[in-house]
Design a protein around this ligand. Sequence first.
Ligand code: UFG
Length: 323
Amino acid sequence: MNILVTGGAGYIGSHTVKLLQQKGHNVIVFDNLSRGHIEAVPEEVSFEKVDLLDFDSLSNALNKYEIDAVIHFAAFAYVGESVDNPGMYYTNNVSGSINLIKALNNKGVKKIVFSSTCSLYGNPEIVPISEKESLKPINPYAKTKFMIEHVLADFEISSGMKYVALRYFNAAGADFSGQIGESHAPETHLIPIVLQVALGKREKVSIFGDDYPTNDGTCIRDYIHVNDLADAHLRALQYLNDGESQVINLGTGRGYSVKEIIDKAEEITGRPIKREITSRRPGDPAVLIADNKKAREVLGWNPQSGLTDIIKSAWQWHLNPKY
Ligand code: UFG
């Protein structure tokens, strides 16, 4: 298939591009490189430096290619930044996505896989979280994803565009080749920060609260290897060949606390990781764990990597990052 990947120079995007290529698909990447890394895009891939906010440039770029389906990653994805600067998030994530969806509709592209998030569930009432949990996004980032899920549903009604919205839990780890990985500036995610402490690039990691209602008092998250996420995108594309639109959670179904992550990273790196307890980070739910039954049933998805593989692969990357 000819597959357009927006945000293909970003973290999850680049891992998905690599897998699509391995499976013999013709991949086209659109990325404005505001957060992505050109080094993460393989040379054989068609690349357009295009900003989704520029509708004319976007339409012109689209018209250069045959496109069978789209995977839409391009978005800002920092919860804290979205609280501080909602305008930037609504503009980039909502207006940019609407431009893309309109341009795809004009071109007659009928299949789209969309990067959504488990943040849509806010503070969930039932954990593990199934897709039936009510949607209560509590920050602008999550609200942008919530809005685009609705936009996609409306375009399906008006023009038959089918979509799979994949609600990721905590993406982590790096490709086992060591050639691509997670490189955010600034870095706010737990696992890279913990590894930066192991490397001596940071003095310590702050544990944001140890008074949550969990076994050790620290927040629990469902960390999912980025290559398992990539695999789910490929399956979602195949599914869309004759399936109906879907929203699907992507997580392992197993959660780890912040303290467990730090302890595991000490074990894998063989280095001490200094930590300190600080106050809670506003907006952090205590426990987010996926019920991934739907992904298994609908996509035949079966995540392969556990926490050890996640931290080992991330450590390999952080010891020798390529960008
Ligand atoms: N944490 C710390 N110290 C840090 C960084 C994080 O204690 O220095 C804790 C957080 O409080 C949280 C856990 O580690 O409990 C994971 O935090 P991350 O920042 O790595 O990830 P989040 O769960 O906050 O958010 C991530 C993505 C979002 C996505 C969400 C889905 O950044 O885009 O996962 O769960 F929506």
